[in-house]
Design a protein around this ligand. Structure first.
Ligand code: ATP
Length: 596
């Protein structure tokens, strides 16, 4: 239960609501407990008066007497109705305070978790799968809310009902109270066990359901592959297998679920029989009135739900503690990339220095970068070339501080990037990643996403022109308002790359990193984009990771990476003279172009 302590800060935040809710529930229960007392009075009155009425039967006085009795009973009926209304009104207020409080805390908690998720570094996202992140912020928060709202409300209800009912019962007959209450602890314990079994089985069902969902999601996302490999039947069979398991589990749950109400009715029935039997003996002995038996039967019914709720509350609290534990695990995870100066807003010049930088991926132990040493002055252009897996993307990730270097230092404007404002650094780097990701939104918003201001349509269009994608977008029926699906399904690979370039450029960055972002673009478009780069990025520092050599873009430095280390470094002319990997691909590319 230690885990739930984390939530106390929220209870404190909404303490007045909580307190008011508890007061309302006590008032509501007070009116509820008065009802059986009014009914007892009415019943005793009827029993007593019916005997007297028989004496006047056949006389005129008898009719009058009957009129007065009916009127008094109507008054009692009206009183019970009034008490029920008052009780209902305060119950409404209870829900308006406690359940609303739980919804407010749910909102706060989600925000805290979401904020924290955003702060965490890439290695956290590599370690944990998206489904797990999602379920903690949705299902686990839901389970915790059940504790914050219903469990707290039923707990307050339980305590106040038991206190008020038991005090009223004791005032009538301590012996009868004792006998009446005997079956109730058995009810609480058995409901607790049944609830626990239900919970365990529900958890398995939940897991199976999320497995089923991910199977379906994966098949639908990869539907092209499934269709092209004619694997529909296998997928259907696999889905049916998983569905069958889900069905079996649900049937098992239904079997236990079926015990819940019969058990409750049996225990309440036992309690009622004891009340009538022991109460009857006491009436005969003249200790209590017949009306008291009716009063006790109503009390027993009043206690049924709160006592049943003990088992239920215990189960909710257990589930909430387990969920909060999972939430706390992530909340306690510290980001490995800290921001030493969150308010830093200084303008970068764009000098970049890698000083004997090495990097080992923590999860795989792969040494992706090995003693990389280079310097770029503000405005210089660097091309990084190398075979796949040679560490090119890792260089970009390190400069953006997606990871921190294992050895060595990266300096921007002469200062270690680990000592600079992280947000400020990232804000001034325009990064186009290799695997383009577009949000499920329209094209305008996807491009505007990069800007620190709210850019006008004209500005967005201008940057789309720079990225040579304007004509493609203008050709769509909805133009810049076209929605791009979950993964930009309506755009081709090359179009997505260019939208992603426009998004990076609209930031007006001081440093630009393009990671193989022209791979899906034809030569003409490539020339168009590079023409803009030459002009607009003339004074910006740029790192271009590529597999192709761009004759149109003049690089101050070219680095050839091999197994994370620098195999060749120099200008185009120097590397051609070297006769290494670089000259090899230049030659191959020239032959290809000639052949084309
Ligand atoms: N997140 C990661 N966790 C563990 N190892 C990784 C991770 N990302 C990359 N690697 C490994 O680091 C090495 C360098 O990868 P990197 O992506 O930097 O290469 P690259 O030169 O950009 O390749 P490509 O040209 O195919 O994009 C590879 O061996 C790769 O398997």
């Amino acid at each position: 239960m230690r885990e739930l302590k984390f939530l106390n800060q929220f209870f404190w935040k909404y303490r007045w609501r909580l307190l008011l809710g508890i007061v309302f529930i006590c008032v509501s229960n007070y009116f509820r407990v008065l009802q059986p007392q009014v009914i007892r009075e009415a019943l005793d009155l009827v029993i007593e008066q019916v005997n007297s009425y028989r004496m006047y039967d056949g006389f005129d006085l008898g009719v009058e007497y009957f009129g007065v009795l009916s009127y008094t009973l109507m008054l009692f009926g009206g009183l019970v109705l009034l008490l029920a209304l008052l009780m209902g009104f305060f119950l409404y207020l209870t829900r308006q305070t406690i359940i609303v409080m739980s919804r407010l805390i749910e909102y706060d908690l989600r925000e805290v978790i979401f904020d924290h998720y955003q702060e965490l570094s890439l290695d956290f996202y590599k370690r944990n799968n998206t489904g797990d992140l999602m379920s903690r912020i949705t299902e686990d928060v839901n389970k915790v809310r059940m504790y914050l709202g219903p469990a707290v409300m039923y707990c307050a209800n339980l305590l106040s009902t038991i206190a008020l009912v038991v005090v009223s019962m004791l005032a009538v007959s301590p012996t009868l109270t004792l006998y009446t209450l005997i079956p109730l602890p058995f009810l609480a314990i058995s409901i607790y066990y049944v609830s626990n079994i239900i919970h365990t089985r529900s958890t398995f069902i939940q897991q199976q359901l999320s497995k089923l969902t991910s199977v379906a999601q994966e098949v639908f996302s990869g539907i092209r592959v499934v269709k092209s490999y004619v694997r529909e039947r296998q997928q259907v069979n696999y889905f049916a297998q998983e569905s069958e398991q889900y069905k079996e589990m649900s049937m098992n749950l239904a079997k236990v679920d079926a015990w819940f109400f019969p058990l409750m009715v049996f225990m309440v029935g036992a309690s009622t029989i004891i009340t009538v039997y022991v109460g009857g003996l006491q009436v005969v002995a003249g200790n209590i009135s017949a009306g008291n038996i009716a009063e006790f039967v109503i009390y027993v019914n009043m206690l049924t739900w709160p006592v049943t709720a003990i088992g239920w509350i215990a189960s909710i609290v257990q589930q909430a503690a387990a969920s909060q534990k999972r939430i706390n695990e992530f909340l306690e995870t510290k980001t490995s990339i800290s921001d030493p100066a969150p308010d830093d807003k200084h303008q970068l010049r764009g000098d970049i220095t890698f000083e004997k930088v090495s990097f080992v991926y923590p999860d795989t132990g792969i040494r992706a970068i090995d003693k990389v040493d280079f310097q770029l002055k503000s405005g210089e252009k660097l091309a990084i070339i190398g075979r796949t897996g040679s560490g090119k993307t890792t260089v970009a990730d390190l400069l953006l501080r997606m990871y921190d270097v294992t050895e060595g230092r990266i300096l921007v404007d002469g200062k270690d990037i680990r000592e600079q404002g992280l947000a400020n650094l990232r804000r001034q780097i325009g990064y186009v990643p290799q695997d383009v990701f577009l949000f499920s939104d329209n094209i305008h918003n996807n491009i505007a996403f990069g800007a620190s201001h709210d850019p006008s349509r004209e500005e967005v269009e201008q940057f789309a022109r720079y990225a040579a994608v304007y004509d493609d977008i203008a050709g769509l029926t909805l133009g810049f308002d076209t929605m791009v699906g979950e993964r930009g399904v309506t755009l081709s690979g090359g179009q997505k790359q260019r939208v992603s370039i426009a998004r990076a450029l609209i930031k007006h960055p001081e440093i630009v990193i393009l990671d193989d972002c022209l791979s899906a673009v034809d030569t003409n478009t490539e020339q168009q984009i590079l023409g803009y780069f030459n002009e607009a990025l003339a004074d910006k520092t740029a790192i271009i990771i590529t597999h192709r050599i761009y004759g149109h873009l003049k690089f101050d430095k070219i680095i050839v990476l091999e197994d994370g280390g620098i195999a060749e470094m120099g200008t185009h002319e120097e590397l051609i003279k070297n006769g290494g990997y670089y000259s090899e691909i230049v030659e191959r590319q020239m032959t290809e172009e000639e052949e084309a």
